[in-house]
Design a protein around this ligand. Structure first.
Ligand SMILES: C[S@@+](CC[C@H](N)C(=O)[O-])C[C@H]1O[C@@H](n2cnc3c(N)ncnc32)[C@H](O)[C@@H]1O
Length: 260
């Protein structure tokens, strides 16, 4: 699948994604992945950062609130429009730009850090995206990104459930098949019925890779691997959102931090 087709899908997803995530229905992002991501990010006050594949800007804003000077790029015009609109309403001095992570419109060594939050596995060429992040980083700068976990979110997967219908394990397959933009259709699982009726399901082209492929590309590019996390919901969170119990059965996300 070509970049333009990827862009087309995300333009179509942008309105529903922005509305539903801003209503708080992306509970896996808001209560599992983002808290772990921000915790690993640590102190970025005063640093210059780039969010690659920033979507409507939720996580870019979270990082800007930690005191970083942020820029955000996304392949979708609509997402950048929604992000900019929020910036105009509640300024955090974030500079948004419509651009591809495969061709970042900044000079070499422009940033102290780059992040890509759940976006790299949606890009058609992960190697080019990682090389671009490396290029725009200052020497000793870091790149932190989260992706769907390569070992569990494989091209083929299915939950095993017990007699009560509770998830107990996951069957994964086709690990070594690298889908070139296979479209997955889904909507945030906690979206109420009246809204699932209103919006079409997202159509997401996926480009998942094996774990060794991700790690080898990082190493080949010149990054030094620094830290990993496989976040899951803690007990406090589970009391509020029992649906997140499945985050303790398999790892949905892999967060990686590496340095130039
Ligand atoms: C799963 S969403 C994540 C959005 C955001 N980072 C978040 O955490 O809410 C993936 C994002 O990657 C963007 N994307 C896909 N391919 C891209 C590319 N080549 N360059 C920049 N952004 C891209 C999509 O438009 C979408 O906004």
């Amino acid at each position: 699948m070509k970049e333009n087709d990827v862009k087309k899908c995300w333009e179509e997803n942008a309105e529903a994604w922005t509305t539903l995530s801003r209503e708080g229905y992306d509970i896996y992002r808001d209560h599992v992945n983002t808290p772990a991501f921000l915790s690993m990010l640590g102190n970025v006050k005063g640093l210059k950062g780039l969010d690659i594949g920033c979507g409507e800007g939720h996580n870019t804003r979270e990082i800007a609130k930690k005191g970083a000077f942020m820029a955000g790029i996304d392949i979708s015009e609509k997402f950048i429009h929604y992000a900019q609109h929020r910036e105009d309403q509640y300024p955090l001095h974030i500079k948004y730009m419509r651009a591809s992570g495969l061709n970042i419109p900044f000079k070499d060594e422009s940033f102290d850090f780059c992040v890509a939050i759940m976006s790299l596995m949606d890009m058609s060429e992960h190697e080019s995206a990682i090389k671009e992040a490396y290029r725009v980083l200052k020497k000793n700068g870091f790149f932190q990104f989260s992706i769907t976990h390569p070992c569990f979110q494989t091209p083929k997967w299915e939950w095993l459930k017990n007699e009560k219908g509770e998830k107990t394990a996951m069957i994964c397959g086709d690990y070594f098949r690298q889908p070139n933009g296979k479209i997955e259709e889904w909507i945030f699982s906690s979206t109420p019925q009246e809204l699932t009726d209103k919006f079409n399901k997202f159509k997401i082209p996926i480009f998942t890779r094996t774990l060794s492929s991700w790690l080898n590309v990082l190493i080949k590019t010149g990054f030094v691997l620094e830290k990993f996390a496989e976040p899951y919901a803690d007990e406090e969170t589970l009391k509020k959102y029992p649906q997140l119990a499945d985050t303790k059965i398999i790892a949905y996300f892999l967060i990686t931090r590496c340095r130039k």
